[in-house]
Design a protein. Structure first.
Length: 268
């Protein structure tokens, strides 16, 4: 596979927690790209295409996601950080930038707090890992992904008559979301299928003031209210700045060139 006329390398490595897959391309300053909950590293390829000629881009699938192994582990942010540290050690990445979105941002910021000497800076888009009303936010998700599929039975029973109250679109959306959530059990566990106390213990809301490194938060002009809240909280970190991107709801899809330009200017 080629990215911007530069061959991209697909690799796997056996870590202590399982086999990890990653893509790698280019040379120079190391940029490590971390994906969102319902995606894998390929989410970043349109952006990497703009940067591969100038930077060493490393794009892993987090353990439990994409083409990485999905071992029967208890998934946590700490586990993801440990796996990333093993990968960076194996690749001899001494100083690097993280570019991350969603839960990838949570992992990246947690890594930076744990190993600040290795991380030169962060570029984040709608990063998870801070409190924006966690219990209420994921209530539907917990209900729809419960082991006893009562929610699925109810939705399937309601669908044929949902048009009577103009509810067909809502029912279809919930059924689609349920399929998406079921395809990524690791993401579900990280976000809402662990004990609430354990999730709270890994949130960074009370530790962002310790994140004393350059941080760029990228906000799409059409981001929803939750993404805007996540960006705002991270944007209050000591050395953070927020830039707005004229893009659709997902800047990685609608404006990868603008995201790449922001990354390039930040790193330079």
């Amino acid at each position: 596979m080629l990215v911007s006329d530069v061959p991209i390398r697909n690799s796997r490595i056996k870590l202590s927690q399982g086999q990890l897959f990653w893509r790698e391309v280019g040379q120079g300053t190391a940029l490590v790209f971390l994906h969102d909950a319902w995606a894998d590293g390929s989410q970043w390829l349109p952006v990497v295409e703009q940067l591969a000629q100038s930077y060493h881009c490393v794009i892993p699938d987090l353990i439990g996601f994409g083409e990485s192994q999905r071992p029967p582990l208890h998934y946590s942010i700490a586990l993801q950080v440990e796996c990333l540290q093993e990968l960076c050690d194996a690749l001899k990445l001494q100083r690097l930038y993280f570019v991350a979105t969603g839960i990838g941002g949570w992992v990246a910021a947690s890594y930076a707090l744990r190993d600040p000497e290795r991380v030169k800076g962060l570029v984040l888009l709608a990063p998870e890992g801070v409190d924006v009303g966690q219990p209420e936010r994921w209530r539907w998700a917990k209900w729809l992904t419960s082991r006893v599929p009562i929610a699925l039975w109810l939705l399937q029973a309601m669908r044929p008559i949902a048009h009577l109250w103009n509810g067909r679109a809502r029912v279809d959306t919930l059924l689609t979301l349920r399929q998406q959530w079921w395809r990524s059990p690791a993401a579900c566990q990280l976000l809402f299928k662990r004990r609430a106390a354990e999730i709270r213990a890994e949130l960074l809301s009370d530790r962002l003031h310790l994140l004393n490194l350059p941080l760029l938060v990228l906000q799409g002009e059409w981001d929803d209210s939750i993404a805007a809240d996540l960006n705002r909280i991270y944007g209050d970190a000591p050395n953070a700045k927020t830039h707005f991107i004229p893009a659709g709801p997902d800047p990685l899809e609608t404006a990868p060139d603008k995201v790449a330009l922001e990354i390039r200017e930040f790193v330079q």
